[in-house]
Design a protein around this ligand. Structure first.
Ligand SMILES: C[S@@+](CC[C@H](N)C(=O)[O-])C[C@H]1O[C@@H](n2cnc3c(N)ncnc32)[C@H](O)[C@@H]1O
Length: 174
């Protein structure tokens, strides 16, 4: 997901910084949004080894304190499933991204198998309560499209336990 990232990158749902080892040399700066103080603390060692400066700029992807069109790329790995107000967050990504810039994403979503999708819908409220607010039935390409992005080069892969196996991996251009 990090291949092709360049310039100033907004990483939403930075977590413990697992993407840091994959940042390409074309990045100049990472602006990170992450609400969990525990995750931010755990990220400290990785940030210390980061080849580019990482700066925390906010706690909520739904309200990002950056100017319009001020970043070159956005990175989101398994985060759109978790953000409570995901529509506001995708709208914020669109606002802060420069025209022509891209969101790089990998997200799990609703299964194409009707029986799995039924289970996903049934257990989603309980799942969310025990899995940090994670939703099982969101569809990243649809969400991005609804907010004016053009998803392209999106691959669908199936990996891991059925309920979270369907992943959309790709980029979406503003
Ligand atoms: C499943 S984790 C993924 C973390 C990381 N991106 C990764 O690939 O491992 C989801 C992340 O979204 C963060 N998150 C939850 N609510 C958020 C919000 N409103 N805005 C931004 N990030 C949020 C969580 O704290 C968590 O770090």
């Amino acid at each position: 997901m990090c291949r092709g990232l360049q310039g100033v990158v907004l990483e939403v749902g930075f977590g413990t910084g697992p993407n840091i080892p994959f940042y390409p040399p074309t990045l100049t700066r990472v602006l990170a949004v992450e609400p969990s103080s525990g995750a931010r603390g755990l990220a400290a060692d990785r940030i210390a080894t980061s080849p580019v400066p990482v700066e925390f700029v906010g706690l909520d992807g739904a309200r990002i304190d950056l100017s319009d069109a001020s970043v070159d790329c956005v990175l989101s790995t398994w985060t759109l499933c978790t953000i409570p107000d995901v529509d506001a967050a995708v709208a914020e990504m669109h606002r802060v991204l420069r025209p022509g810039g891209a969101v790089h994403f990998v997200e799990h979503g609703v299964s194409p198998r009707p029986s799995t999708a039924r289970w996903q819908r049934r257990i989603e409220p309980v799942w969310g309560a025990v899995a940090g607010g994670c939703h099982l039935t969101r569809d990243a390409p649809d969400l991005l499209r609804a907010h004016g992005f053009e998803p392209h080069e999106v691959a669908v892969v199936h990996k891991g336990p059925d309920l979270v196996a369907r992943m959309s991996v790709g980029t979406a251009r503003r």
